[in-house]
Design a protein around this ligand. Structure first.
Ligand code: IMP
Ligand code: MG
Length: 171
């Protein structure tokens, strides 16, 4: 796409992800954690974040029907987690908090597993778009109401492999 404009550079992302990783390492004080990535946007963030966390860690993934292909606020599970979350320290990893719908649904679903703790890590946050009250525990960057791609985030499944987070120009 022509006209993509860098909003957050790879260097800024890398620095911030290291800070978040250090924060998680401190908060969990040597306890094991499970990173639960929300497919597919979180894949790159999860890979980088997990390598900045010095704890005994495992990965799992969960999938929900994504942005834009449904007019109604229904969220459909396309992949459930593989392992029990009972009594575990669960960190849900998401690319971006937008309306808050996805994470509200996922939080409820994962809380039913009775984890020991449930935290949310999100690379980006667009608080101005929130429809449901929801806060991330580990947030990389708060951004304005723009559609962004790169570092895992897509526009019609493309641009996930851009190293920087870029703004898609409005029509
Ligand atoms: P929410 O349920 O409205 O919070 O939406 C979260 C999901 O919408 C994210 O996981 C993304 O897949 C998608 N999304 C929201 N904003 C953007 C954006 O600016 N770029 C790409 N995907 C987005
Ligand atoms: Mg997503």
């Amino acid at each position: 796409m022509t006209g993509l404009k860098v909003l957050i550079s790879r260097e800024e992302i890398s620095k911030r992800v290291a800070e978040l990783g250090a924060e998680i390492t401190r908060d969990f004080k040597g306890q094991p954690v499970i990173f639960v990535g929300v497919l597919k946007g979180s894949a790159i963030f999860l890979a980088d974040l997990a390598r900045q966390v010095d704890l005994d860690a495992t990965f799992d993934f969960i999938g929900v029907s994504s942005y834009g292909n449904r007019p109604s606020p229904t969220q459909e599970l396309t992949k459930d987690v593989d392992q029990s979350m009972k009594d575990k320290n669960v960190i849900v990893v998401e690319d971006i908090l937008d309306t808050g719908l996805t994470l509200t649904v996922l939080k409820k679903l994962l809380l039913a597993h009775q984890p020991r703790t449930l935290k949310i890590a999100a690379l980006l946050d667009k608080p101005s778009r929130r429809k449901l009250p929801l806060q991330g525990d580990y947030v990389g960057f708060t951004i304005p109401d723009e559609f962004v791609v790169g570092y895992g985030l897509d526009y019609a499944e493309r641009y996930r492999n851009l190293a920087d987070v870029c703004i898609v120009p409005r029509e």
